[in-house]
Design a protein around this ligand. Structure first.
Ligand code: CIR
Length: 254
């Protein structure tokens, strides 16, 4: 069974962390409706939705991707780079312990799950303001013995590695080459986002379908021309909080 772990939109989302996005008013009811439609899209693709306990006092709690990396063998509980986000991990760990053995990133390491792109047994990890080399070393030590390879990747101009690149099909990535060098993912080949849609590289591959934000119509056309089956969701309010489609779920098999 495929599970999508999600968490409710907090009423405090308006106080979210922002790094590369200018603050603009967020309509919480609309954000909640968009989040519910996102969950419905995942359910229609065969995911069972499991909710981590709501955390209304934690503004960025909806962005569960940053709190853990769930692999077949273990779940790595992160230590988010933004101090305000560190309390988010407890509720996610409490939920994941029912499915996986937990291992932890520890001080001085900081790691956001949005910086980790898993492609088979290779993990690409973005070196960003949220993720430091101490955490990348820890991740490598935790996972090498399980047969994974951890590769650091330079990222420039955006929040997370997965703002700049995600998997759109096995062995193929969608990338904004202004933020990350596509050659870092070789032997994977790549498709570039439409140049006027810099944030469009964040798509969510579920089995053979690709979840794409409605705002990125020209990149959607590129994906379809490339043979992808696209599912569109409107996440405009979550985008104002610097979130995308990968960051609102942790998807894994049981
Ligand atoms: C933050 O700055 O941490 C949140 N406002 C947005 C996090 C988005 N996470 C992600 O893309 N993985």
């Amino acid at each position: 069974m495929r599970i999508a772990l999600t968490r409710d939109v907090s009423p405090s989302l308006v106080d979210c962390q922002l790094t590369h996005v200018t603050r603009s008013p967020i309509d919480i009811d609309r954000a909640r409706a968009q989040h519910a439609a996102y969950e419905a899209a995942l359910a229609s693709m065969g995911c069972r939705i499991v909710h981590a306990p709501a955390a209304p006092e934690l503004p960025d709690a909806v962005f569960v991707e940053d709190t853990a990396i769930v692999l077949d063998e273990v779940a790595v509980i992160t230590r988010p780079g933004a101090t305000t986000r560190r309390p988010e991990v407890a509720g996610v760990a409490e939920t994941l312990v029912g499915y996986r053995t937990l291992v932890f990133i520890e001080e001085p390491g900081t790691l956001d799950g949005g910086d980790v792109l898993v492609m088979g047994h290779r993990l690409f990890v973005g070196q960003t303001s949220r993720t430091n080399d101490a955490a990348i070393d820890q991740l490598s030590r935790l996972l090498t013995r399980l047969g994974y390879e951890v590769r650091p990747v330079r990222v420039d101009g955006c929040l997370h590695l997965k703002s700049a690149v995600t998997a759109m099909a096995p062995g193929r990535v969608l990338v904004n080459p202004r933020w990350v060098d596509p050659r870092a993912f070789e032997p994977a080949d790549w498709l570039e986002v439409a140049p006027d849609e810099p944030h469009a590289a964040n798509v969510l591959l579920v089995e053979d379908r690709v979840v794409v934000p409605a705002a990125h119509a020209r990149t959607r056309q590129r994906l379809e021309a490339d043979g992808c089956q696209v599912v569109t969701v409107d996440v405009s309010e979550l985008a104002k909080a610097e979130g995308g489609v990968t960051c609102c779920s942790l998807i894994f098999s049981t």
